[in-house]
Unconditional design. Structure first.
Length: 162
């Protein structure tokens, strides 16, 4: 075997290894990343619940009022979650009153949200992301329509009891 052949063989092995690593990343690592799994689940959900909570305070006593809007229309769900990205972030100290629940068959994914956070509770795991701005503005559109329809204030959270 001369040097040229050895060189080509080595190059061949390098290319094959690179290709294998690329395929492994594309087909195994990437689809198992939490953000990808979560987005896939959101896109294939057959029901989404938008949960609005309102907290009333009187002295040191408070009570929570909760209502939810349920979306089962396929096109509406697709529109709600289309064209968004989930970028990981650290835990933050803010307190959330709003949430979203995604359901597919018997599976359920709870997401605690604010204009800044998108905290996903899926089984026993918690994954924290930045709230995708497009998703939050769509959520706010739904809540504004819901408030108009019901005449009840849902999204602002904390206020003294009447
Ligand atoms: Zn938050």
């Amino acid at each position: 075997m001369n040097r040229k052949v050895v060189c080509f063989a080595f190059l061949g092995i390098l290319v094959a290894a690179g290709l294998a690593a690329g395929l492994y990343y594309y087909y195994v690592v990437l689809p198992s990343a939490p953000a990808v799994q979560i987005l896939n689940f959101m896109r294939s959900a057959d029901q989404v619940e938008l949960v609005y909570r309102h907290e009333f305070w009187s002295g040191n006593d408070g009570h929570m009022h909760e209502e939810k809007q349920i979306i089962t229309d396929r096109a509406a769900i697709e529109e709600l979650v289309s064209d968004i990205e989930l970028k990981p972030k650290m835990m933050s100290e803010c307190r959330h009153l709003q949430s979203m629940v995604f359901r597919r068959g018997h599976e359920k994914m709870d997401v605690s949200i604010c204009d800044y956070c998108f905290d996903v509770y899926f089984g026993h795991a918690v994954e924290r992301f930045h709230m995708p701005p497009k998703l939050y503005s769509r959520f706010m559109k739904y809540s504004a329509a819901y408030e108009k329809e019901t005449g009840r204030k849902m999204t602002l959270g904390f206020e003294p009891a009447p």
